[in-house]
Design a protein around this ligand. Sequence first.
Ligand code: HAM
Length: 428
Amino acid sequence: MIQKPKGTYDVYGEKGTALLEIEKLMKVLMENYGYEYVRTPIFEASELFHRGVGETSDIVTKETYDFKDRGDRNMTLRPEGTAGVVRSYIENKRYAEAKQPIKTWYYGTMYRYERPQSGRYRELSQFGVEVFGSTDPILDAEVISIPVHFYQLLGLKGIKVKMNSLGDKESREAYRNALLDYFKPYVDSLCEDCKARYEKNPLRILDCKVDHDKECMKHAPKMTDFLNEESKEHFRKVQEYLNYLEIPFEVDPNIVRGLDYYTHTVFEVEADIEGFGSNNVLCGGGRYDHLIEQLDGPATPGVGFAMGIERLLIALDLEGIHFHEEGLDCYVVPMDEEYKKEAFSMTNALRMSGFKSDMDPMNRNLKSNFKQADYRNAHFIMLVGEEEIKGEFVTIKDNHTKEESKVKINEIVDFLDECLERCEDHED
Ligand code: HAM
């Protein structure tokens, strides 16, 4: 038997319903925030991720799916969405558009060759936003507010926003030097990756999963002590705006993020739910004011986030938030094989009139069809038999009230509409 690749999963049943509901909500939320949808290719030139995500990030050094296409070009399945969206922004000269800042959102699969475990997949889905063209800290706060609002709408309670500032170039340089001095005596005791990070990007030592319990990590200098006045002011304003929105957050100097492109605000939203496990970061993001130049675009600031949908599903499940498939309005039953054509045509007419409808395709007897209608959670069962065809009517059984009615063919739509309306009024 051929099995799915390691670290991937199939979607069907309740998970499919949940995903579609989540996708629907994303669309409504992003319309409310005034963001536009953007879609970029699943594979891009490998160079984009090397230069975009960063040569020292785990994602690029260990986790990319790289391949050569038949034209001998080096390609990579996207490990995240930001680099591709930035490439598209530059390539399509979106910086020259009248409408600014450009606010975009995306949703799609990403690929990382990670060790699969709960909350960690090799094919993962992210919902994210990227905003281009403004350094204003109000946008950092807006970007943080989106996942918080989204989780609230889904009814998720156990979330915690943690954030930090990595400052501007000058602050980062001062901090980098302080880290180099501080870690110098400890380099030999660090893991092999951290030894390389010491040379290339010492900041990344702080989010090492191997060394994080070591004593020297606890006393390392903190970024927030090295912020220059401008960076401090930016971070202060982000916090002020979040307070205005009444979004609770915690400043955590250990949030440095695993990607190299960040400046100023970085944040993560954690699942604070019992039993979640260690891969509990539901969402991460921040500001990246130099990435666009780094990828050969004009100097343009950016800020964004991406959330993992698989981890969101785990969180919803743990909090007992489930999505159920909506039932059918009408399940059509031909009383005999010879009435199948009429039943098919009626089902079609119902679908075209906007009723969620299906029919029995398998010539089952009445009893098992009533069972099927129950499995499908159908509100009405429509019977089509000899008597009905001759008399140009159908028999409609209301599965809620158990009432049976004979309805003229040309009155079916009005009849169903009325019943459904009555039912909605009743529920209100
Ligand atoms: P990231 O932190 O690498 O950031 O990923 C964002 C989210 O994707 C994580 O918080 C997590 O929920 C989910 N995720 C990451 N890897 C996996 C995995 N292997 N399995 C399941 N879920 C995973 C980014 O990707 C940045 N592009 C975010 C960003 C956008 N920054 C600015 N704009």
